[in-house]
Design a protein around this ligand. Sequence first.
Ligand code: HEM
Length: 467
Amino acid sequence: VYWGTRRPPGLPPGPIPLPMVGNIPSLLAKDTIAAFARLRDEYGDIFSLVIGNGILVVVNGYDAIKEMLVQNGDLFSERPQNLGYTKVTKGLGIISTNGVKWKEQRRFALSTLRDFGMGRVQMFDRITHECQKCLNNFTEQNGRAFDPDQVIGVSVCNVICNVVFGKGYAHDDPEFLNYLQMMHSDATKVGNTAFMHFFPILQFFVHRALMKTDDAIRRGFIATQVREHQQTFDENNLRDFVDVFLKQMDERESEEMGTFHYENLLQIVGEFFFAGTETTTTTLRWAILFLALHPEQQTVVQEEIDRVIGRDRKPTANDRKSLPLTEATILEVQRLGDVVPLSVPHAVAEETVINGYRIPTNAFVIPNLSSVLNSKELWGNPEVFRPARFLDNETKLLKVDAHIPFSLGKRNCLGESLARMELYIFITMMLQSFTFSLPDTEPPPCLQGVMGITRMPHPYNIIATKR
Ligand code: HEM
């Protein structure tokens, strides 16, 4: 445990730790992202903070992040094993594991999601179906101002249900809503205590609470579905992620240290919900808000959709290449929404020296994605919502390498293709049928994000007017 006021030798530069509290004051700033931007100005692209028994190495800017996560991807693709979350997951799952456990299940998840989600026309239909339920709810609001958070959350969660369980739930299913509420509060707990791993007493309480809800979700909601799948399993008709996993479990039963076992299945399915629901929902909430605040942008996207798809037909994967304005708008929503600003902590496989700085194995390496998505040098006016920055001549979609909302390298978001498909279908279908505006009876919404596990907009009400 390091409680001194000297920085351990060789670390990237950073502020002098205070007695007892180290650099905690730098972390407790109301706006962590703004505090990190100031520290970067003072100490450079790679700086470090010393807190109790932990070291935080914050990596800023596209070049430094790429150098760590891509050029040095073999070294920097671990997860810290002193992460609070690791204690909850007990060496299971994908998000917090390393080595064979991580590699085998990441590879399996990617290829199975590809088969059941990303490439399949059938999956496209299922997302369209879930989105339609969301739009029906918008219609039922009948032009009244409402908060779209819950209905979008239920629809997005149902997309994951389709991938893993082969089915979605009714929007008024009380049991489903109850589990969703639990997942939501779970996510808030982790987010609010993102730095709790430095405070053992906090850890004790938060882990106890987390384990309790986590267990209820795994042993209740997920285990029930897995049981039903086991009872109706047919190896010639694999319906979804759970079925494909069960088949692997069966085939590899004799493996001694294998990763295809029941507890891991429950954990991994739980992680898909955990990583895939809040992130996508929050992005869609930013999308509606930005579009309502920029009616001129909303109109041009609607015109493009009308021209290419019309108002009655459902969007297809093929339409995407003919919708550059819509695509640019989605990219800009993700850039300015900045939904996972500090990514997920990385660690080094072994003590490493990079750019002359020592990175110890117990350090949390934080890729500051926000520093890239909001960079003045890269975007000129990063605070402005301007989809045209992703277009050449206002017509052709540009590939911009520094657009990294899903992070980079071997640990990048495993659900990226699924998430991109969801964002495309939801945003296109929403604008086909509705125009969004803010109620003029309420004060304009605050655009400062709220930090939970994701960076969310403050709750807001919207009016969805049928087109
Ligand atoms: C990891 C962003 C949706 C599953 C991540 C990371 C980011 C991210 C920044 C951390 C990457 C790193 O460690 O450097 C997002 C955003 C999403 C989204 C912005 C939506 C707009 C999804 C969905 C799934 C998913 C739909 C569903 C399967 C995962 C998993 C990981 C991950 C399993 C951990 C990967 C690993 O440790 O190997 N995501 N994500 N994400 N995401 Fe996503």
